[in-house]
Write a protein that binds this ligand. Structure first.
Ligand SMILES: C[S@@+](CC[C@H](N)C(=O)[O-])C[C@H]1O[C@@H](n2cnc3c(N)ncnc32)[C@H](O)[C@@H]1O
Length: 283
């Protein structure tokens, strides 16, 4: 991550969400009408070129991104479901919020506040683009951080988060940290927020049986580094992630690869990359 520059990957995932809405319209699984606002000239040009293509081209956009397009949009919709289910009874903390617009889109469900944490450069850019918006429910509590440099309990405390069960969404970030940071994030959420807390995050899977998938698993991080300067530094097998969650005293752990997410969201005809999954850790 380039900490003084707004995150490019946050913009790319916003581009995917904006395109998903254009291609699927009323059948969109996210309906993120805000995503398009965060696109800089470069990504707006790509959006304009891709959005005029016929809807069936979503298939080719997904194929060209090796299934990332479908994974990223499914993961967002999957996490939206957790916000809809739990935000009516607990606060929501978005670690590495990027251009997430849940505070606006899901304001009806958010009854105990939403906290957004990110590097200053990304968060300030986001706030600038939303400066004229009046949010229907709770205004998000914005908090500028560097998770690699500051202690998470202090971050939570300074941000005014209470010590009570919280839904923590950590989307698109774990692959840029280390196992130690994943472990300490889980332990901190457990110790700070206590029983009843749920942490939902996606992770890059590093060993699968299929040789083609293994190839993708190793090539994608190199591409991300070369093209965007944002290097993948962490991956785990499903078994290792389960072990880690249990070592952190999780009461329940599930790992949800693309197929599992599609089942839960009741969608068919999407082809997400199989080398990433979502972990749901319940304390
Ligand atoms: C791939 S983006 C995902 C953004 C958002 N969660 C989404 O899915 O739309 C990763 C986000 O994590 C933030 N991030 C990564 N490392 C961070 C760190 N050490 N401290 C604070 N934010 C960080 C980036 O600025 C970026 O907004």
């Amino acid at each position: 991550m380039l900490e003084n520059t707004p995150s490019r990957t946050a913009e790319i995932v916003a581009l995917f969400r904006a395109l998903e809405y254009v291609y699927y319209g009323e059948k969109s699984i996210i309906k993120d009408k805000y995503a398009v606002r965060f696109l800089s000239d470069r990504y707006m040009r790509i959006f304009n070129q891709l959005s005029i293509l016929p809807d069936f081209m979503a298939f080719f956009v997904n194929a060209a991104s090796w299934g990332l397009f479908d994974f990223i949009t499914l993961r967002h919709a999957f996490m939206d479901q957790y916000v809809r289910e739990f935000a009516p009874r607990m606060p929501v903390a978005l670690l590495g919020a990027g251009y997430d617009s849940r505070a606006e889109r899901l304001s009806d469900s958010i009854k105990h506040g939403i906290w957004e944490f990110d590097f200053p450069a990304t968060q300030r850019r986001k706030k600038f683009y939303l400066r004229n918006d009046k949010i229907a429910g709770h205004e998000p509590h914005y908090y500028e951080v560097d998770f690699m440099k500051e202690s998470l309990p202090q971050i939570f405390e300074h941000a005014g988060l209470e010590k009570k069960p919280t839904l923590v969404i950590w989307e698109g970030v774990s692959m840029y940290v280390t196992e130690e940071v994943v472990r300490s994030t889980l332990e901190t959420c457990r110790d700070y927020f206590g029983p009843g807390t749920i942490v939902v995050f996606d992770y890059w899977q590093d060993i699968l049986e299929n040789p083609f998938r293994n190839f993708m698993i190793h090539v994608m991080p190199v591409v991300m580094d070369l093209v965007y300067g944002e290097k993948f530094t962490y991956s785990a097998t499903q078994e290792r992630m389960r072990e880690l969650a249990l070592e952190c005293k999780a009461k329940r752990f599930t790992s949800n690869p693309g197929k599992q997410m599609m089942k839960r969201l009741k969608v068919t005809s999407r082809l997400p990359i199989s080398s990433a999954a979502i972990a749901v850790v319940e304390f």
